[in-house]
Write a protein that binds this ligand. Structure first.
Ligand code: DAT
Ligand code: MG
Length: 149
């Protein structure tokens, strides 16, 4: 089944939004596969945001994501990559729809609370960058038959 990588950024952690954010993905029906609370090294941050290396905001992005602990997660489910992106909302919280995480909790593009992989291939790259194989748990929630036909 499809996997995605999500990370609650330092602002989400500092603002005490970890529980609320995790709850949204749990109640939606996605399955938690990996979870760790961690500091992010400059090397990991630069590698994670490699595609933005030439953008003017790259340095501040790396500084921000390394400025405090983050919650790194892997979630599983049918269509989880695109669905999680919808639940997260547009990059700029000021234009993210209400009901999305960024739309409900944020006001600034440089403090947009959470990262989510933008495609299945990106998710695979990000999961292997952030997690070792043995840190991912292969399990089926017992309520699966009530979530999936
Ligand atoms: P997303 O996080 O929605 O996938 P992205 O991949 O385009 O957005 O950019 C990665 C992060 O970089 C984003 O979450 C916030 C920051 N960012 C993007 N565009 C920016 C901009 N124009 N000014 C400042 N920060 C920006
Ligand atoms: Mg992105």
């Amino acid at each position: 089944m499809e996997l995605t990588f999500l990370a609650i950024k330092p602002d989400g952690v500092q603002r005490g939004l970890v529980g609320k954010i995790i709850q949204r993905f749990e109640t939606k029906g996605f399955t938690l596969v990996g979870l760790k609370f961690m500091d992010v090294s400059k090397k990991l941050a630069e590698s994670h945001y490699d595609i933005h290396r030439e953008r003017p905001f790259f340095a501040s992005l790396v500084e921000f994501i390394t400025s405090g602990p983050v919650v790194a997660m892997v979630w599983k489910g049918d269509g989880v990559v695109a669905s999680a992106r919808k639940m997260i909302g547009a990059t700029n919280p000021l234009i993210s729809e209400p009901g999305t995480i960024r739309g409900d909790f944020g006001v600034s593009i440089g403090r947009n609370i959470i990262h989510g992989s933008d495609a299945i291939e990106t998710a695979q790259r990000e999961i292997s960058l952030w997690f070792k194989d043995e840190e991912l748990v292969d399990w089926q929630p017992q309520i699966s038959t009530w979530l999936y036909e």
